[in-house]
Write a protein that binds this ligand. Structure first.
Ligand SMILES: NC(=O)c1ccc[n+]([C@@H]2O[C@H](COP(=O)([O-])OP(=O)(O)OC[C@H]3O[C@@H](n4cnc5c(N)ncnc54)[C@H](O)[C@@H]3O)[C@@H](O)[C@H]2O)c1
Length: 321
């Protein structure tokens, strides 16, 4: 199956692409950025520069490639989005509209959208179910709510097979992309690189988290689930909900001697405090058999060799956070 991935150069993109290629799919990665350095050859992974804010360019590329499925990942994440709300609107809201329009015009069968716990606002009873009032406090959350609603509209109005997951904070050995949950992966990256990390949140900060391989599997399984089993287009998915202190403790167990401290940044802390502490993902479990495989300690053990590999591949790593 021919698949176009937008925002493919980010933390999720390459891991997703590896999974799709392993399944035998023909994948074209696209991003506003150049093709990232990776082990995939040009024959395995074609790459096209694409700015999703450019409607004509999105339409042109989809028309030229005629993909059967688009995984639409391109976005500005929460912390970056709060630094440039207008750009976040253009990329997240405008970009999603352009992708849906191109999919409609070029008869793409399916669009997979990566939504987020940032669609939720403060004050919701935990664990938060799929259908609650959505009053996000960030431009990122506002645009992701709009993306969910737009996609659902295209499904009902035009028969586009639109499906989405609401990702928790994702942890991997990829470089974090400016999300408010970045303190979690940075504990492992900086813990191994420098033996210490000062997190930008309070130790009691609690949000839903997930190890990247579970997140990638969720995207893959949702995309392939029989349409008849799906009772909705947007699903909560969950794995574990540790405090930041519990993540630091888990990191310290697998990185002996690493020291973790906390210095709360008011902007990022306010974003984190507006998100749910835990999600109810019963509908995803029931409809398409979703279940996470990694808990916090399982993830911590798996991350260490991956982060070592990242640090070997990028000896002069510059992490701005
Ligand atoms: N990483 C997480 O914890 C997390 C959690 C919830 C949801 N998500 C969602 O998953 C998706 C992928 O996230 P990620 O972690 O890989 O983010 P990332 O920031 O690492 O990657 C996003 C990619 O989008 C690209 N991009 C930015 N502006 C663009 C534009 N105008 N046109 C085309 N590409 C553009 C960037 O160059 C980058 O490669 C996003 O939609 C995000 O909202 C991620």
């Amino acid at each position: 199956m021919k698949i176009l991935v937008t925002g493919a150069g980010g933390q999720v993109g390459l891991d997703l692409i590896r999974r799709l290629i392993a399944a035998g799919d023909e994948v074209i990665g696209s991003d506003i950025a150049e093709r990232p350095a990776c082990e995939l050859s040009a024959a395995e992974l074609a790459w096209r520069r694409l700015d999703v804010t450019d409607a004509a360019a999105v339409r042109g590329l989809v028309e030229e490639l005629q993909p059967e499925v688009i995984f639409h990942l391109a976005a500005l994440l929460s912390a970056r989005g709060e630094r440039s709300p207008q750009l976040a609107y253009a990329v997240n809201q405008g970009g999603t509209f352009h992708v849906l329009e191109a999919a409609r015009q070029c008869e793409v069968r399916q669009v997979i959208f990566t939504s987020t716990i940032a669609v939720f606002g403060p004050g919701l009873a935990s664990p938060v179910v799929d259908d609650v009032p959505l009053h996000p406090t960030t431009m990122y959350g506002v645009t992701k709510v709009a993306g969910e609603l737009l996609g659902d509209y295209y499904r009902r109005r035009y028969g586009l097979d639109f499906r989405a997951v609401r990702f928790p904070g994702l942890l991997s050995a990829g470089l974090p992309g400016g999300g408010s949950s970045d303190y979690a992966p940075l504990m492992f990256i900086e813990g191994l690189r420098r033996g210490a990390y000062e997190a930008f949140c309070r130790p009691d900060t609690t949000i839903p988290m997930m190890y990247m391989p579970d997140g990638i599997r969720a995207l893959f399984e949702l995309s392939r689930a029989p349409q008849g089993r799906l009772s909705r287009s947007v699903y909560n998915i969950a794995a574990f909900s540790p405090t930041a202190q519990e993540i630091a403790d888990a990191a310290a167990r697998v990185i002996p001697g690493a020291r973790f401290t906390f210095s709360s940044d008011p902007v990022r802390q306010a974003i984190l405090d507006s998100w749910p502490q835990a999600l109810d993902d019963a509908q995803a479990r029931r409809d398409w058999g979703w279940a996470p495989r990694f808990d916090l300690d399982g993830m911590a053990a798996a991350l260490v060799p991956e982060v070592h590999e990242l640090l070997r591949a990028h000896p002069g790593l510059d992490i701005t956070h």
